[in-house]
Design a protein around this ligand. Structure first.
Ligand SMILES: [Zn+2]
Length: 86
């Protein structure tokens, strides 16, 4: 569980100093699709970019799709390997 918490970037104790250079790693699990044209909204093949709601990083459609694909795998493996379900 400690690993998952670190993945989500929550509950971390920051060292004193408050330097903004240190940023927790964002897993980019809250990708929001963006469309350039209003007519294309809702069409997966017309997505122009993705924005991560957590860290506001923007990704191309290909990058976003890759992130979503690998994120699903990562979450699945995390849940499959979760101990204590006896
Ligand atoms: Zn992010």
């Amino acid at each position: 569980m400690r690993f998952l918490r670190r993945l989500l970037g929550r509950g971390e104790e920051r060292p004193a100093g408050g330097e903004e250079a240190f940023e927790p790693v964002c897993p980019h699990v809250t990708l929001v699709a963006r469309w350039d044209s209003a007519d294309d909204i809702g069409k997966p093949e017309k997505v122009s970019s993705f924005i991560c709601e957590s860290c506001q990083t923007s990704f191309s459609r290909e990058e976003g799709e890759q992130l979503q694909a690998t994120e699903a795998e990562r979450v699945r493996s995390l849940e499959a390997g979760r101990p204590g379900s006896q």
